[in-house]
Design a protein around this ligand. Structure first.
Ligand SMILES: Cc1cc2nc3c(=O)[nH]c(=O)nc-3n(C[C@H](O)[C@H](O)[C@H](O)COP(=O)(O)OP(=O)(O)OC[C@H]3O[C@@H](n4cnc5c(N)ncnc54)[C@H](O)[C@@H]3O)c2cc1C
Length: 109
């Protein structure tokens, strides 16, 4: 049995990324199972699923922490968070490669 999507991890909804993370779990699982099937190996081998789990846990954990951090910064009106969010948004909007990288990560491409 494997858990994907919200059954495996729930993230703060502010970033609108919950569905994407679940779809990325499924896509990576299909990739893993597909490669095993091509080589005639057991698609449910524990070591294979453990590799998939590590790969997805890393993306999901980084995303969950990032969304929590964004939530903390945007729900706090102390001077430092206000300054950080103003600068961060400004920089992300003015630096096209950073802007594109954030979009690409959010889109899972
Ligand atoms: C307020 C809010 C806003 C959000 N906005 C966004 C957004 O803009 N973009 C985005 O990508 N994500 C958003 N999300 C997150 C997104 O809704 C979830 O990440 C996504 O729905 C998870 O999909 P899932 O299939 O893993 O789980 P779910 O959508 O929770 O599906 C699980 C299904 O299993 C069913 N079920 C539960 N127990 C059983 C059982 N025992 N037997 C049979 N069926 C069962 C449930 O009824 C449900 O239909 C938001 C979440 C919230 C709370």
């Amino acid at each position: 049995m494997v858990l994907v999507g919200d059954a495996a991890h729930v993230v703060h909804p502010l970033a609108g990324q919950g569905v994407n993370l679940g779809l990325r779990d499924v896509s990576a699982l299909l990739d893993t199972a597909g490669r095993a099937a091509e080589s005639g190996a057991d698609i449910g081998a524990p070591a294979r699923l453990a590799r998939w789990n590590r790969r997805r846990r890393s993306d999901n954990t980084v995303s969950a922490h990032a969304f929590d951090l964004i939530d903390r910064i945007y729900s706090n009106d102390a001077p430092l968070p206000v300054m950080v969010r103003g600068h961060f948004l400004g920089i992300a909007g003015r630096v096209p490669p950073l802007n594109r990288a954030l979009w690409r990560h959010a889109a899972g491409t």
